[in-house]
Design a protein around this ligand. Structure first.
Ligand SMILES: [Zn+2]
Length: 201
């Protein structure tokens, strides 16, 4: 489902009619009856790059948004889900392949510049294959497979970001950089049991 930006008129906590208040010189919708302030609406997506030799995994989307479009597998992160759990889950759902994250390759920031869409942040992971068998769910994807960079470039309807990510991942691998980008750090204290920290190695 396409994430649509919705204007709140009533407080989602207590139901009171929201008022406009200037906060830091910006008009914000605030609740007169409880502390709710509507700061904005955001969505968080993840995508996974999985290489098999000189080929990268792509899926062709069966539904809108982007029906027919070739992309790396991925989807939206649930409210209290770790983003790397989300990417592993989405890849499994869409392709039947069991993977684990290696590193964070890229972050795309897309503020609300597409009409009707929320401010969307998309994080791309490099993945490693653990097991499973390539079998896609026809309800979610029309086709899935590993494609060489040359074949990817020939696909008419490939997402430019997916093409770029596969290209970069192949380049890093050739250069012997097997965990490019940010990696998840163990043993560094961050607040909250689900919280994790990613840094350069
Ligand atoms: Zn309220």
């Amino acid at each position: 489902m396409q994430p649509t930006y919705c204007e709140f008129n009533f407080c989602p906590y207590c139901g009171a009619k929201l008022e406009i208040t200037l906060i830091d010189n910006k008009p914000r919708k605030t609740c007169p009856a409880c502390p709710f302030i509507h700061w904005g609406e955001y969505s968080l997506g993840v995508g996974g790059v999985l290489l098999q030799g000189e080929r990268g995994l792509l899926v062709q989307r069966a539904h809108n948004p982007g029906k027919g479009r070739w992309t790396i597998p991925g989807g939206y992160v649930d409210q209290n889900e770790k983003m790397e759990k989300a990417v592993v889950r989405e890849v499994l759902e869409e392709t039947g392949l069991i993977t684990e994250p290696v590193s964070v390759l890229a972050v795309r920031d897309r503020p609300e510049d597409v009409p009707g869409m929320k401010h969307d942040i998309y994080i791309v992971f490099l993945l490693r294959l653990l097991g499973g068998e390539l079998k896609f769910d026809p309800g979610e994807v029309m086709q899935a497979g590993f494609y060489s960079l040359e074949d990817c470039q020939k696909l008419e309807n490939i997402a430019p970001l997916s093409l770029e990510m596969i290209s970069k991942a192949l380049q890093y691998t050739r250069e012997g950089n097997l965990a490019p980008g940010f990696i998840r750090r163990e043993g560094i204290k961050v607040v909250g049991a689900l919280s994790e920290l990613y840094t350069l190695p």
